[in-house]
Design a protein around this ligand. Structure first.
Ligand code: ADP
Ligand code: MG
Length: 328
């Protein structure tokens, strides 16, 4: 049945950072992860209570890292699985925790919504330049001997990581298309809170009309921006462990940014204010979303998510000077 209010409901894609599931220094026990996910889901439930339609995506680095260690340690007993399968496992695991805790948080607010996770594949180009130059460290630290053996036997790339040992690096290709997009849209339109594109999605390459999983990692913020554009979101919100994006970060000249246009953002990017592998992909994801027609992108802390949604916290990124001056 058509819902007359539907067009007025704003869709928000929320991209959760590592701290939404695991705090720095925690080992990653089930209890720790569930408690963090619970705290995160209470914030998401408040957004839903405020009348927004929320789609959730999330990182999976620590979870995939732990699965890779489990695989490596147990390889003599149980066959080790490739990265795409570890990615799928992590999406299911995190999806379960979020379904469980978000349903509880909604129930405590007197709300009922279906909460569903969609295991998601994201198409990447086989010609993506990152396949020639892997940079993303994953999995356990090895000794030089073990790393060189993995390189020789499996054709993997391993690098010496700042004196901490040897670590495998994999390509980080650009997300091109979300395979499950039609299913995601159908579930959103049916009123479900959808959790999808976890860890940027499982990277797959096209082989005719088929897809094949590859050993790579898609940046979760870039995957989130792709998702937000594809579902026609009003706002793309990245929640992380800092309150705002800064220029001259961690220097005496640090300035936290409140509102800026994508033109200003582009200038700061060119000046090198955002570190690759942390803030770099976040601001690039926001820039892509707004440049691609999204109304607003926001980077904020998990704690200030609600205020940031109202335009009163975080860093707000919009297209034009007029939108910047107009406020939220
Ligand atoms: P997440 O798990 O949420 O993706 P990341 O560690 O990848 O978190 O990115 C967030 C981190 O980015 C912050 O903890 C901060 O230390 C770092 N960072 C790098 N450059 C900046 C900057 N210019 N402004 C704010 N934070 C920055
Ligand atoms: Mg990150």
């Amino acid at each position: 049945m058509a819902d007359p209010h539907r067009d007025h409901v704003r869709t928000i894609v929320v991209a959760l950072g590592g701290n939404a599931i695991l705090q720095p220094g925690q080992a990653g026990t089930a209890e720790e992860q569930l408690a963090n996910v619970d705290r995160t889901c209470r914030q998401i439930a408040k957004m839903i209570e405020a009348g927004y339609r929320v789609v959730v995506t999330h990182g999976n680095g620590p979870q995939v890292g732990n699965l890779l260690i489990q695989n490596a340690e147990a390889a003599k007993v149980v066959p080790a699985l490739p990265m795409d399968m570890c990615g799928a496992e992590s999406q299911g695991l995190i999806g379960y925790m979020m379904q469980n805790r978000l349903q509880a948080a909604l129930a405590d607010l007197g709300l009922t919504r279906p909460v569903v996770t969609i295991v998601t594949q994201t198409v990447v180009s086989a010609g993506d330049p990152s396949f020639q130059k892997p940079t993303k460290p994953v999995g356990p630290f090895y000794t030089e001997v073990k790393a060189k053996k993995a390189m020789a036997e499996k054709g993997e790339t391993w690098i010496e990581d700042a004196g901490r040992g040897w670590r495998r690096v994999v390509p980080s290709p650009d997300p091109v298309r979300i395979v499950e997009e039609p299913a995601i849209k159908t579930m959103i339109e049916a009123g479900a809170v959808v959790i999808c594109v976890g860890g940027g999605g499982i990277p797959v390459v096209e082989e005719g009309a088929h897809y094949r999983g590859v050993e790579a990692v898609i940046d979760k913020d870039l995957g989130g921006a792709r998702l937000a554009l594809n579902v026609g979101a009003d706002t793309f919100m990245i929640l992380t462990d800092v309150r705002k994006v800064a220029i001259n970060y961690k220097s005496p000249q640090q300035v936290d940014l409140n509102r800026l246009t994508i033109e200003e953002l582009r200038r700061y990017q060119a000046e090198g204010h955002f570190r690759a592998g942390s803030m770099g992909p976040k601001v690039e994801a926001c820039r892509r979303f707004v440049a691609g027609g999204g109304r607003r992108a926001v980077i904020a802390s998990l704690e200030e998510a609600l205020q940031a949604l109202d335009g009163e916290a975080g860093t707000q990124i919009v297209e034009t000077i007029e939108a910047k001056l107009a406020g939220s």
